[in-house]
Write a protein that binds this ligand. Structure first.
Ligand SMILES: [Zn+2]
Length: 285
């Protein structure tokens, strides 16, 4: 199956018999609360941590990690590409940003990339390269980058009955590109959602991931301003939203070269979103 939750469910069922199945759990099953047990930074979990579903089984929403004294921060990068932007890419517009990925590698900064399926179709080698590097994790930013709610920054709106299929189509695109373990995390295009959208995705088993720090990097040309905004906003457990598309976020790579050393100087450790979610969910492994 193409989506992680199903893969986990199958793995789980195959590996268990009888009553043991009950302990195996389904995707999105509430995790036992074990506050105070930090997750390992480098462990590759067989099943990524997710938050328990919200009221009425709605898709849970994650915004930031615990505000604990140890300073962790997750840099996240949206790989935007709208379904109808293929012609622009063919005409030479760059929706990718290999230099930014190289900079993260140079600094050895783990990061989470929220990738659209359309982007993976356009840049399969880069998608695979990111997806196979343990320094990064690939999460889902929809296939089409249409909004999952009306009135969202001018994005076309995804009909409710197409939402689930669009998210699953993105996972299929990642698999086709060679991304081995896309995470069960979903970022709404534009960050726009409502109860209808959370309900529409509840069967997919993803945790929706928002942010608490807006970098302001979209269409920004002043790298210093982006860096300043991030540095002023970050607190322990923060999730920073940025973009890894050259055309829509031309200053981001340069801003990182200020942000990363400065946050390290302040004692911050960079982590992937999965680590923050694992800690928020109270898992330890
Ligand atoms: Zn986006």
């Amino acid at each position: 199956m193409i989506i992680p939750v199903r893969r986990f469910a199958v793995t789980c069922a195959l590996g268990t018999l009888g009553v043991a199945l009950a302990a195996c759990g389904a995707p999105g099953t509430p995790h036992a609360a074990r506050p105070g047990h930090p997750a390992s930074a480098s462990a590759a979990p067989s099943r990524p941590p997710t938050l328990a579903p919200g009221p009425a089984g709605l898709t849970p929403v994650f915004k930031n990690g615990p505000r604990t004294p140890d300073k962790t921060v997750a840099l996240t990068f949206d790989a935007d590409m709208t379904a109808d932007q293929g012609a622009r890419a063919a005409a030479g517009e760059h929706f990718d940003n290999p230099k930014l990925i190289a900079t993260l590698r140079g600094f050895k900064v783990p990061a989470t990339v929220f990738m659209t399926g359309r982007w993976a179709d356009e840049y399969p080698e880069e998608a695979r390269d990111i997806g196979q590097d343990p320094q990064f994790e690939v999460a889902n930013h929809s296939y089409s980058h249409y909004a999952f709610k009306d009135d969202c920054y001018g994005l076309p709106t995804m009909p409710e009955d197409k939402m689930r299929a669009d998210v699953e189509r993105a996972y299929a695109a990642f698999k086709k590109a060679g991304v081995p373990h896309a995470m069960p995390y979903f970022r709404f295009p534009g960050g726009c959602y409502d109860r209808t959208a959370l309900r529409a995705l509840s069967a997919v088993g993803v945790t929706a991931v928002q942010w608490d720090v807006v970098s302001g990097d979209a269409f920004a040309t002043d790298a210093d301003a982006v860096a300043r905004q991030v540095l002023e906003g970050v607190r322990p457990g923060s999730v920073v939203v940025m973009h890894c598309t050259r055309s829509a976020a031309p200053a981001t790579e340069k801003a990182l070269r200020t942000i990363i050393p400065e946050l390290r100087e302040q004692g911050y450790r960079f982590v992937k979103v999965s680590e923050l979610i694992g800690r928020a969910a109270g898992r330890h492994r």
